[in-house]
Ligand binder design. Structure first.
Ligand SMILES: Cc1ncc(COP(=O)(O)O)c(C=O)c1O
Length: 330
């Protein structure tokens, strides 16, 4: 059942328009040939159009809505040394004329490259910490310091993965459904593969499909680091938070959604043979650039699943390209 009221509230939710929307839905016949399926598409969220794009742009549109920024002088967030989320946050702070402090784990690079270069180029102040566990308390300490200086900080969660941030991907689900519905390819169902880590993207898609009452679209979140069970629990919790913000009693757990942790390999950010092969396939067949941490592992998950299980009659294969190309150049 469609929740029209909640969809209306989502459409009018306050946001700061950073992204260039809708992103294209590309038909990728050469990739389809490699997958051995008749119909394949890539939803190009790598091209959300701000600060080299990617999935964080849609989430930050909601996190950085004007009403949330009243009196704010500084954005603080955290991530790994090659964080895409930190890149887009730093660029958003620049666009908004705000100060930005990034708390990054790992040593200070001697010659910053990829996202690390861009964090600095966008003018963020970098605070490095020895490990992930220190990021939260350090963000708090920075916020206190800024308050002591008479400023006011807005702290953004890891990956902007909150109920609010996930509304960006609920809106993306609405956009994607409209594009899929316009296709004249005779398909009656779709499976969408995407990378998943802090889960805001998957949560938002689950929420959007749930509000639309779409059970013809199956989601597969392929993990960059967490276990499949963690991804499932976190994404459903975030989807429920988003639903509560919209005042919706929708049931996100009814949406067909799987989580897959078979592509993590040796861990976060470490390529595998399958992720390298997927990167080469996208580049050589379609001229598309994947990243080593997220999208290449999601693509590897898609190749593995399609070759293992095949597809159903009338099903189309969709890959949500969440961006991250600067990480390839690191
Ligand atoms: C390029 C890219 N793809 C996918 C993801 C995963 O998205 P999420 O954190 O919403 O699960 C991220 C961020 O973590 C990312 O930077």
């Amino acid at each position: 059942m469609t929740d029209h009221d909640a969809l209306e509230r989502l459409a009018h939710w306050p946001r700061r328009p950073f992204a260039d929307l809708p992103t294209p839905l590309l038909r990728v016949d050469r990739l389809a040939g490699r997958l051995g399926v008749p119909h394949a598409y890539v939803k190009m969220d790598a091209e959300t159009g701000f600060a080299l794009g990617g999935n964080k742009v849609r989430k930050l549109e909601f996190e950085l809505a004007p009403e949330r920024l009243a009196g704010v002088t500084c954005l603080i967030t955290a991530g790994g040394p090659q964080s895409n989320h930190c890149r887009v946050t730093a660029a958003a702070a620049a666009r908004l004329g705000l100060r930005c402090v990034l708390v990054l784990n790992g040593p200070e690079p001697e010659h910053p490259t990829g996202n690390a270069l861009l964090h600095r180029l966008f003018g963020a102040e970098i605070v490095t910490v020895a490990d992930r566990a220190l990021r939260g308390p350090t963000m708090e300490a920075v916020a206190r310091r800024i308050a002591g200086e008479g400023g006011r900080a807005l702290m953004l969660a890891l990956g902007a993965s909150t109920g609010l941030g996930s509304l960006g991907y609920a809106a993306a689900a609405v956009e994607l459904c409209a594009q899929l519905d316009r296709l004249d390819d005779g398909c009656t169902s779709s499976t969408v593969w995407l990378s998943s880590s802090s889960c805001g993207t998957l949560a938002g898609l689950i929420l959007g499909l749930s509000l639309l009452g779409r059970t013809d679209i199956r989601l597969v979140g392929v993990s960059a680091d967490a276990t499949a069970e963690e991804l499932r629990t976190t994404s459903l919790a975030l989807a429920s938070e988003g639903a509560a913000l919209l005042g919706s009693g929708t049931r996100p757990d009814r949406i067909p959604c799987e989580t897959d942790d078979s592509q993590v390999g040796q861990g976060y950010g470490l390529p595998t043979d399958a992720s390298r092969e997927a990167t080469e396939a996208f580049a050589r067949l379609e001229g598309l650039v994947l990243d080593p941490t997220y999208s290449s592992k999601a693509a590897a998950g898609m190749f593995a699943a399609v070759s293992r299980d095949g597809i159903r009659r009338g099903e189309r294969v969709v890959f949500l390209h969440t961006g991250g190309a600067p990480g390839l150049l690191a």
